[in-house]
Write a protein that binds this ligand. Structure first.
Ligand SMILES: O=C(O)CCC(=O)C(=O)O
Length: 239
C-alpha cells in the first residue's frame, strides 16, 4: 500500500500534495458534512426528475452549469484549499459529472486515464462520495504511481452491450488498490492516474460527484457539453 495516501487531514496541504504527487491520488476524509451531502443528493434527484439533467448509463454531465447548489460546492473554499497546493494559486473549474451506480447500472467502470478523453493540459479530479462507496457498492480502484507513466495508449473505444463505447486498458491488477470512501470524503486524482471502479453488487445506490479542475490556460478551449462549462474559481479572475 502506498505510504500516506489516506491523509485524514483537511488542512495539511503539504502532506496532501506530497501524497498526491507520489501516488497520483489522495483521499481526504469528511470534507463535506452529512447535511451538505444530503443537499447534493436532493439537488441531483431534483435535476434528474425535472429533466434538467440526463443520465446516460449512470453518467450525468454538467451539473454546475445547471445548478447553483453544485456550483457552490465546486467553488467551496475547503475543496479549493485542497487543490491549491496541487494546482497552484490560479484554479479553473473545468467540468463535472455525477456517476450513479444502482440496480439498473451495476457494471464496473473499466481501467482508463481521464486524459485520454480530454487531452490538452493536465487536470485534477475530485471524486466526492455521496454514499458509502465500498468494493461491494462500486468504489474506485486506482493503480498508485501510474500517473508517472504519462498518457498511455488506450486503443479505440469498442462498443460494449448496454454500456456504450468503452476503452479497455490492460492493467496489472495485483498492484491496484481499492479506495473506499464515506459520504463527504474526497478522492483527488490526476488525469494520468489509471483508475476503474468495481461493479455494484448490492443494488444499493452509489453516487459520486466528480469535479475536474486545472490551472487556467488562455489558449486551451473550455470543456463543452453543448454549453460552456469552465470558469475561474480561485486566483486570477476567481475568488
Ligand atoms: O465513479 C465511478 O464509478 C467511475 C468514475 C470514473 O472512472 C470517471 O469518471 O472517470
Amino acid at each position: 500500500m502506498p505510504s500516506g495516501h489516506r491523509s485524514g487531514l483537511r488542512t495539511a496541504g503539504d502532506h496532501t500534495s506530497a501524497a498526491f504527487r507520489a501516488d497520483g491520488f489522495v483521499v481526504i476524509e469528511k470534507v463535506f458534512t452529512r447535511s451538505e451531502v444530503d443537499l447534493m443528493k436532493r439537488e441531483l434527484r431534483r435535476m434528474l426528475a425535472s429533466g434538467v439533467l440526463r443520465s446516460a448509463n449512470g453518467v450525468c454531465l454538467g451539473l454546475s452549469c445547471r445548478s447553483v447548489v453544485f456550483r457552490r460546492f465546486n467553488t467551496d473554499a475547503r475543496l479549493l484549499d485542497l487543490l491549491e497546493p496541487i494546482i497552484g494559486p490560479d484554479i479553473e473549474f473545468w467540468t463535472d459529472r455525477a456517476v450513479i451506480k444502482d440496480r439498473r447500472v451495476r457494471f464496473a467502470t473499466p481501467w482508463h486515464q481521464d486524459h485520454v478523453y480530454w487531452r490538452g493540459s493536465h487536470k485534477v479530479s475530485a471524486w466526492i462520495s455521496l454514499d458509502r462507496a465500498t468494493p461491494r457498492t462500486g468504489c474506485l480502484r486506482v493503480l498508485p504511481g501510474s500517473h508517472n507513466q504519462g498518457p498511455i495508449e488506450h486503443g479505440a473505444p469498442a462498443p460494449v452491450p448496454g454500456e456504450g463505447f468503452r476503452f479497455r486498458t490492460r492493467v496489472d491488477e495485483s498492484k491496484a488498490i481499492a479506495v473506499p470512501a464515506m459520504p463527504g470524503s474526497i478522492v483527488l486524482f490526476d488525469d494520468r492516474t489509471l483508475h476503474s471502479s468495481f461493479p455494484n453488487r448490492t443494488g444499493a445506490i452509489r453516487r459520486a460527484l466528480i469535479s475536474t479542475f486545472r490551472a487556467p490556460l488562455g489558449n486551451e478551449p473550455c470543456y463543452r457539453d453543448g454549453i460552456l462549462e469552465s470558469f475561474p474559481v480561485r486566483g486570477r479572475a476567481g475568488s
